[in-house]
Design a protein around this ligand. Structure first.
Ligand code: NIG
Ligand code: FE
Length: 392
């Protein structure tokens, strides 16, 4: 199939082609360039002067969970902070309770609706973390929901095990025992599913210490899981430095990264994933993305979709927040929600930019240029979405 009449083809990796065309074969991009030089094709799709970009890559989400927590949002508005709410047994643990209680079928149904919502806003590849089970059965239930989403949806879905999201109630005073359970029982059990690509740990006061995280990640590597970390989110904790030490594929959050942390990340391939939607929603200062980019770090942007700190799957809205709130340029943001996000998932050979051989994951925007959908925030500006060459 040949897509013609493209006003601007935004490749991300090699600039913008005006008056362009793009050829798709077997779900992949076979050719792209000036429309005047396009190969002949029996099947033509007229893009009607739309702008075409790659599909969006949301590289950090907690999509599978049961109940929402709007009560907590209201509590914060009345002056309680996130850590106070968490230590009162609300926060992550209340979602753990509701996610344990729900059946597989119900959990699948609500998660499928959310994935549909992400697709509606243009996400065509997405990472999904477990971490609202914190016991073997529920972590497996969540990951099996992710596995079923992989079967039922055309999106590229990357599963991450995050049994180290926080300490469950029953292990509150037995931290060592929970780490032991994670390493000796949960990791081997989830690895058997054969789908887990990453292991993530929330390194924070009240969650896991750097030493505990090291133990968990080293065990995960034995099961061929790569490392991701939630670090320096609520308090500064030398998290970026830890990510470097553990050779993390990405270090996520980084709202409180230090100068030393930036310098440490600079020498590595670790992608810095910033989550301005979570800072916006919590009303706190965002990660210093401008400083990180100026220092030469590779910065990706993601929603961090979850019921506590960002209940939005609109990655284009997050893009606006990254421009207005983190002082990133529109070009940097486009890279952050496509190619760099793909790198944070080690998927850069398949998705995240428009190049021959990559997936034909495309968004056709009813917009005069690619900055317009960022500028017209909160609105759905896309007209059509293609995944692996098929219109969704
Ligand atoms: O990425 N930081 C830890 N985890 C989530 C929040 C989870 C929740 O509040 O349910 C985050 O912000
Ligand atoms: Fe997160």
């Amino acid at each position: 199939m040949l897509l013609t009449n493209i006003s601007r083809l935004v490749t991300i990796s090699s600039g913008v082609v005006e008056n362009a065309a793009l050829q798709i074969e077997s779900g992949k991009i076979k050719w792209l360039g000036y429309a005047s030089q396009a190969p002949a094709s029996r099947e033509i799709f007229d893009c009607q002067q739309t702008v075409v970009t790659p599909g969006l890559v949301d590289c950090h989400t907690h999509l599978v969970h049961a109940r929402y927590r709007q009560k907590e949002y209201a509590m914060r508005a009345e002056g309680k902070n996130y850590l106070e709410i968490a230590s009162a047994g609300d926060g992550i643990l209340s979602t753990v309770q509701s996610t344990r209680a729900v059946s597989f079928d119900e959990l699948y149904e609500i998660s499928a609706k959310r994935l549909q919502e992400a697709l509606f806003f243009g996400t065509t590849a997405i990472e999904i973390k477990s971490g609202y089970g914190l016991d073997i059965d529920t972590e497996i239930k969540i990951l099996q929901v992710v596995q079923k989403l992989q079967r039922e949806f055309p999106l590229t879905i990357v599963p991450t095990f995050m049994g180290a999201h926080t300490f469950p109630e029953e292990f509150k005073n037995r931290r060592l025992d929970y780490v032991h359970l994670l390493v000796m029982e949960m990791l081997p059990a989830v690895a058997k599913l054969g789908i887990i690509k990453f292991c993530d740990v929330f390194v924070e006061e009240g969650a896991f210490s750097p030493e505990e995280a090291t133990q968990i990640i080293e065990a995960a590597k034995k099961y061929k899981m790569e490392c991701k970390l939630h670090v320096d989110q609520l308090t500064p904790g030398k998290g970026a430095e830890l990510a470097v030490k553990l050779k993390a594929v990405s270090a996520d959050h980084l709202e409180n990264i230090s100068e030393e942390g930036i310098a440490a990340l600079k020498k590595t391939n670790t992608v810095a994933v910033v989550l301005p939607g979570a800072s916006f929603f919590l009303g706190v200062k965002p990660a210093p993305a401008r400083k990180m980019i100026d220092a030469g770090l590779k910065v990706a942007i993601s929603t961090d979709y979850n019921p506590g700190t960002n209940p939005s799957l609109n990655l284009m809205l997050t893009a606006t927040q990254a421009v207005s709130f983190c002082k990133m340029t529109c070009d940097e943001v486009w890279k952050g929600i496509t190619l760099h996000a793909a790198e944070a998932l080690q998927l850069e050979k398949e998705v995240g930019s428009l190049a021959v051989g990559k997936n034909a994951d495309l968004i056709l925007w009813g917009a005069p240029d690619e900055n317009y959908p960022i500028y017209r925030y909160g609105r759905k500006s896309s007209r059509h979405i293609f995944i692996k060459g098929k219109k969704c």
